[in-house]
Design a binder for this molecule. Structure first.
Ligand code: ADP
Length: 204
């Protein structure tokens, strides 16, 4: 992935929109991107959904960007090669950034297997707004859950470059939040994230 802007960037002049960055004051919340990474079936979408409900109950304004949804639209032209996965992550990070600028709490559920691309996403979004959540389950557990039947297909060779089977997942080294979904219930995972947010709000 080329992380460097091409020459057309030189002719861009960002307009200084009056309300940019001020919306969150109206929403009375600290915008952030909660970036959930983990192998397939680790629980990202399930926890993202439950977290979204919990945040809405607190009166927060949120949006979810889910890997499977963007793959069906914004990123439908991309495959699963390393380069395409990186581009997928770059686009999601850029969209998350736009949503962040509107003052929302953005929940991203995306395998995002390489630490380099997660690092890049963090650089797009800004370290102070980026909350990396490692949704962690052992491969055997994820494979037993297999809610979409994808591991079965990958094991039989019907899907190539499947993370955990024939494609690598870089385990996050210092995620802001680590969730062991083999040990924690969905509710406990949500509470763990909410507690992290509350601690940060107390000590920004
Ligand atoms: P991902 O988005 O990471 O691919 P999903 O959320 O789509 O994963 O699927 C995870 C599956 O595992 C769901 O069927 C969910 O009900 C199940 N599951 C079982 N225990 C847990 C848990 N403790 N946390 C999250 N998901 C769990």
């Amino acid at each position: 992935m080329s992380y460097f802007p091409d020459s057309t960037q030189q002719n861009l002049h960002r307009f200084a929109f009056s309300q940019l960055g001020a919306e969150h004051e109206r929403m009375k919340q600290k915008p952030m991107v909660i970036w959930m990474t983990g192998i397939s079936a680790s629980g990202k979408s399930t926890i993202a959904d439950a977290l979204d409900i919990a945040l809405a109950q607190q009166g927060r304004f949120t949006c979810i960007i889910d890997g499977d949804s963007v793959r069906g639209g914004l990123c439908r032209d991309l495959g699963f090669s390393e380069g395409d996965r990186d581009e997928n992550i770059r686009r999601v990070a850029e969209v998350a950034r736009l949503m962040l600028d509107t003052g929302l709490i953005v929940i991203v559920a995306l395998i995002s297997p390489s630490s380099a691309s997660r690092h890049y996403a963090r650089s797009i979004i800004g370290n102070e707004h980026f909350v990396e959540v490692h949704v962690d389950a052992p491969l055997e557990t994820a494979e037993q859950r297999d809610p979409k039947g994808l591991y079965k297909k990958a094991r039989s060779g019907l899907i190539k470059h499947f993370t955990g089977i024939d494609a690598h997942y870089d385990v996050p080294v210092f995620p802001e939040v680590h969730l062991n979904t083999q040990a924690l219930s969905v509710k406990e995972s949500v509470v763990t994230i909410l507690e992290w947010i509350a601690r940060r709000d107390d000590h920004p």
